[in-house]
Design a binder for this molecule. Structure first.
Ligand code: ASP
Length: 332
């Protein structure tokens, strides 16, 4: 039995044909005729249900005439500061050794980028990433160096591991089995993209990463081109899900390149998801492979696509801010 069929059986879909290459080609052909989802700026789009609160803040910023860059930073700070959110900032799940380690990145419409990874004890990694972009000659700072830089810039040390998460970690440590969870608590990483009224694009991405990851593990979120990419002349993309898959395919970069070559934001997201699936669906753990991409074109064109059902995104446009179920690849 081939491994794709085995995968279907694992999902309880043994008798159903998996989306095969010819089907994907047919979908791509169909997509060419599909209407583009295009909106007049300002537009803000972000991952998961916590995107609603982040979008609200980002729209607030944009309505005061501030830039898309300010909007993407301030929007995700709301989620970073929420101790009840267990996948971003304070209150995030720790790694296998009980430490909360944060990854974040930010990009503006001019192609400037900044990011931090394996950062501990700082409440707002996204703001440190912005400082790296604006006040250092570098793009990515890691671990102790990122922490030293943040302290030098006036950020204060805080305890990121909440009592609730410490208890959860101690419970997990009894077995210590690393098992990625699909659509983890329905609110993983926050990736947020904004287009302001002046036509400037920006993006941000921030996370505490995969729960109980190996100490030292860095995901896609701070890797420019994997978890986030912005080209002010074309579009922006961001990702959530199993970071290793986006890192091996540079999905956010790929999406923007596809848009540069004429694909709509939606088509680009679909092709990037299929790229992952075509390469890695034979993996014995592929039943846990979830990735969700969002894209926003300079023309206000939006796209969203995931491998599996369950990925949601928040879209703020035309005075509305709503949570939407993303389309996905693996259908029954
Ligand atoms: N992409 C994040 C990471 O791999 C986690 C997530 O979005 O669930 O670190």
């Amino acid at each position: 039995m081939n491994s794709r069929r085995k995968f279907l059986q694992k999902l309880g879909l043994g008798s159903v044909a998996l989306i095969t290459a010819p089907t994907i080609l047919a979908q791509e052909a169909k997509n060419d005729q599909r209407a583009i989802n295009k909106y007049k700026p300002p537009v803000v789009i972000s991952t998961w249900s916590h995107g609603i609160q982040a979008n609200e803040e980002a729209m607030n910023i944009l309505s005061k005439g501030e830039t898309a860059l300010d909007a993407v930073e301030k929007g995700v700070r709301v989620v970073e500061a929420d101790p009840n959110n267990h996948s971003v900032g304070v209150g995030g799940y720790p790694d296998a050794s009980g430490h909360v380690t944060l990854d974040a990145s930010i990009m503006d419409h001019l192609g400037n980028a900044g990011s931090v990874c394996y950062l501990q004890d700082i409440l707002h990694p996204i703001s440190v990433a912005r400082k790296v972009m604006e006040e250092s000659p570098h793009v990515l700072l890691a671990g102790q160096g990122a922490l030293d830089f943040a302290l030098q810039k006036g950020f204060k040390r805080v305890k990121l591991l909440t009592p609730e998460m410490e208890k959860t970690w101690k419970e997990w440590a009894k077995t210590s089995i690393y098992k990625p969870i699909v659509n983890f608590e329905s609110h993983d990483t926050i990736g947020l993209l904004a287009l302001d009224e002046q036509g400037r694009l920006a993006g941000s991405c921030t996370t505490s990463g995969m729960p109980f990851k190996l100490p030292g593990r860095v995901g896609d979120s701070p890797i420019i081109g994997a978890g986030l990419f912005v080209d002010g002349e074309v579009g922006a993309a961001t990702a959530t899900g199993m970071g290793e898959l986006m890192m091996k395919t540079l999905g956010s970069f790929l999406i923007v390149e596809l848009m540069r070559n004429g694909k709509s934001a939606q088509e680009a997201c679909e092709i990037a998801v299929k790229r992952i699936w075509d390469r890695y669906s034979d993996d014995q753990n592929s039943e846990f492979f979830q990735v969700g991409y969002l894209a926003l074109g300079k023309n206000g064109d939006i796209g969203a696509y995931a491998i599996l059902p369950g990925f949601q995104y928040a879209l703020a446009v035309n005075g509305e801010n709503k949570l939407i179920d993303s389309d996905y690849l693996i259908k029954k």
